[in-house]
Design a protein around this ligand. Structure first.
Ligand code: AMP
Length: 282
């Protein structure tokens, strides 16, 4: 695996590879890698001749400074995992490399209502930060395929919208959520859970499974309320449990029995905020 820290170096290298007809699969991450990230690398290796991973904890997408400061950093282990997974290129830039002082100020990305609901409501500015970093990374990495995880369902929709408004010819590939044996969605933040909270954390998966198995046409509000109660009594502070149209994220109160739905949850255990989702009728 070749490691680049400078935007100019990686850009030149990849332009050369493109001239040699390489197809580039790009997996942007914030590091503290786990098997979920590696499944994106594996997917990219199947679709592209060159797989590029970036590790960059993007300050502009953190609305909470202490969450940013406490974000786990495990670079040596990450490099080891990427080597084993057969990743070809790692981009490990500094903040000043991604946001140099002479970079023109980024405009507001017109991503519409998506930025104000669910994660957007609880993390103001988060999705603008996500758009900013993806836009910047794609200006350096001429990706053909951009690999994202279903774990961040709303983010996938935001990035899709971003590709549309920027007219970027990048194909988004979404990989299903990898889970621990008990069902907890793998996440870099899981590393910060205390032992007892780690045991409780599975309740998010159980609440989503409850919604999926209990879903019937008609009013679905009660399902959400029961799921919130399940999580609250397990010690979670619940930001939201929503049942939404899987393609627009419009909240659904009465289900017609046909529309594809997704259930989405964000909840914290001792200030460690976890998110997860489940397609309900795929
Ligand atoms: P992050 O490092 O958390 O920004 O995640 C980088 C990419 O990995 C994003 O596209 C995530 O959606 C994806 N990802 C994170 N966790 C998982 C998981 N458990 N399964 C599959 N993909 C994941």
């Amino acid at each position: 695996m070749i490691l680049f820290k400078k935007t100019e170096d990686i850009a030149q290298f990849l332009i050369r590879k493109k001239k040699e007809n390489a197809t580039i699969g790009f997996v942007p991450t914030m590091g503290a890698l786990h098997e979920g990230h590696i499944s994106l690398i594996a997917h990219s290796k199947k679709t592209s001749t060159l797989t590029v991973c970036s590790i960059f904890v993007n300050p502009t997408q953190f609305n909470d400074k202490s969450d940013f400061e406490k974000y786990p950093v495990t670079v040596e282990n990450d490099i080891d995992m990427l080597e084993k997974a057969g990743c070809d290129v790692l981009f490990l830039p500094s903040v000043s490399e991604i946001y140099p002082q002479d970079l023109p100020a980024s405009s507001v990305y017109e991503i519409g209502h998506l930025q104000y609901i669910f994660e957007g409501k609880f993390r103001p500015g988060h999705f603008q930060g996500v758009c900013q970093v993806i836009h910047r990374l794609l200006s350096v990495i001429p990706a053909d395929f951009l690999h994202l995880g279903q774990k961040d369902y709303q983010q996938c929709m935001v990035v899709n919208k971003l590709m549309e408004i920027l007219h970027l010819p990048v194909t988004i590939v979404v990989t299903p959520t990898r889970r621990e044996k008990d069902g907890l969605a793998m996440s870099s933040r899981n590393k910060r859970l205390q032992a007892n909270d780690r045991k409780q954390a599975v309740k998010i998966f159980e609440a989503l499974t409850f919604i999926k198995t209990s879903l019937k046409p008609g009013n679905v509000e009660t399902l959400k309320e029961i799921a919130v109660k399940q999580l609250s009594s397990a010690g979670f502070v619940v930001d939201y449990v929503e049942i939404a149209d899987a393609s627009t994220l419009e909240t659904i109160k009465n289900w017609n029995g046909k529309k594809k739905l997704v259930a989405i949850v964000a909840a914290s255990l001792n200030e460690i905020r976890l998110i997860d989702n489940m397609l309900l009728n795929d």
